[in-house]
Design a protein around this ligand. Structure first.
Ligand SMILES: Cc1cc2nc3c(=O)[nH]c(=O)nc-3n(C[C@H](O)[C@H](O)[C@H](O)COP(=O)(O)O)c2cc1C
Length: 310
């Protein structure tokens, strides 16, 4: 698949997940086959004011390319200026978040609330596209409510304004994360636009992604929750998931965290990431308990490693 000028080796893409898709996890997913990884959502205000925390979210390395940085915000001027700042970090793609249902984001008119204000959404996408030095994608939902499905018009608007691809999560804003994703909407969008369409929602295996591509004709698949603790999902080769394999991936993740994050300050958060690798394994309750009992990062590394060579 090609997004603007950017070629992807694999149409399976890591979704933006706040709190998860930082540089170490993106690198890991890339190593296991993801064709593109999207950062956590980045506030346009954080960029505009050059807040330290926001700038830290823009850490990247050559190995993870292509990378997409996701921006959110509802003010066209600020989004334009944030895009200019983002250009200095050389993203391969900028994604605009028009699908996040979280109150903290929507109460300011951003994320999924943009679908309720399509005229403003158009101004925001224009502001980003006109100022970006790379292709721009837009990620959105089926509409504001289940009944009021506007994804097709919204996608056409993205295409007319120069977006290089759209990502459709098959749920409405009002659904949040409840119910199931409606992939017929992805199919309708695919029929309505000529730019690549990436479908998203509830994919739990590579094969399921291939099936959805065949059913809907969409060009790519974005995977979020099912990738956490399971980077193998991006691999086209079937892998027999075993405890040593999970431990090896968790260990690789830990090493990447050690290389790129202040791990000693983040031990609690790291333990919850690592615990996710073992969630479906026999004896997972015991392993996760042991993970949470680790008092230092090194202890955690040794514990995980002890399962890697079983
Ligand atoms: C913990 C969490 C964080 C998320 N953060 C973002 C985000 O930063 N930007 C965004 O566009 N969507 C975000 N999403 C939505 C996902 O990108 C994705 O659209 C959604 O989870 C459906 O895909 P899935 O079923 O493969 O997880 C988030 C979802 C979860 C569960």
């Amino acid at each position: 698949m090609k997004i603007g000028t950017v070629n992807l080796d694999n149409p399976f893409i890591l979704a933006p997940l706040a709190g998860y898709t930082d540089l170490p996890f993106r690198l890991l997913c890339k190593r296991y086959g993801a064709g593109l990884c999207v950062s956590e959502m980045i506030s346009c205000h954080g960029l505009f004011y050059r807040q330290k925390k926001t700038l830290e979210m823009l850490a990247s390395v050559e190995e993870e390319r292509p990378v997409s940085f996701q921006l959110f915000g509802a003010e066209p001027d600020i989004m334009a200026q944030a895009t200019t700042i983002l250009n200095d970090f050389s993203p391969d793609i900028i994604d605009i978040n028009m699908g996040c249902p979280v109150k903290k984001v929507t109460k300011k008119g951003a994320g999924a609330a943009m679908m309720a204000e399509p005229k403003l959404a158009e101004k925001v996408m224009k502001a980003v596209i006109e100022n970006a030095s790379c292709p721009v994608t837009v990620k959105f939902r089926t509409g504001v409510t289940l009944e009021n499905e506007t994804a097709v018009e919204f996608a056409r608007m993205c295409e007319q304004n120069g977006a290089s691809a759209v990502i459709v999560h098959g749920r409405s804003w009002s659904q949040g994360f409840s119910g199931t994703a409606d992939w017929t909407v992805v199919e309708k969008v695919k029929k309505a636009v000529t730019i690549p369409v990436i479908g998203n929602g509830d994919i739990t295996s590579y094969q399921m992604g291939l099936d959805r591509m065949a059913e809907t004709g969409c060009d790519g698949i974005m995977i979020g929750r099912a990738a956490v603790g399971n980077p193998f999902i991006f691999s086209a080769q079937r892998m027999d998931i075993s405890l040593p394999l999970l431990a090896k991936a968790a260990h690789e993740h830990l090493l990447l965290m050690q290389e790129h994050l202040p791990v000693d300050k983040m031990l609690g958060c790291i333990k919850s990431h690592i615990g996710r690798y073992f969630k479906n394994e026999k004896g997972s309750a015991y392993i996760r308990k042991k993970v949470f009992e680790c008092k230092t990062f090194d202890e955690l590394v040794d514990f995980v490693l002890s399962y890697a060579s079983l």
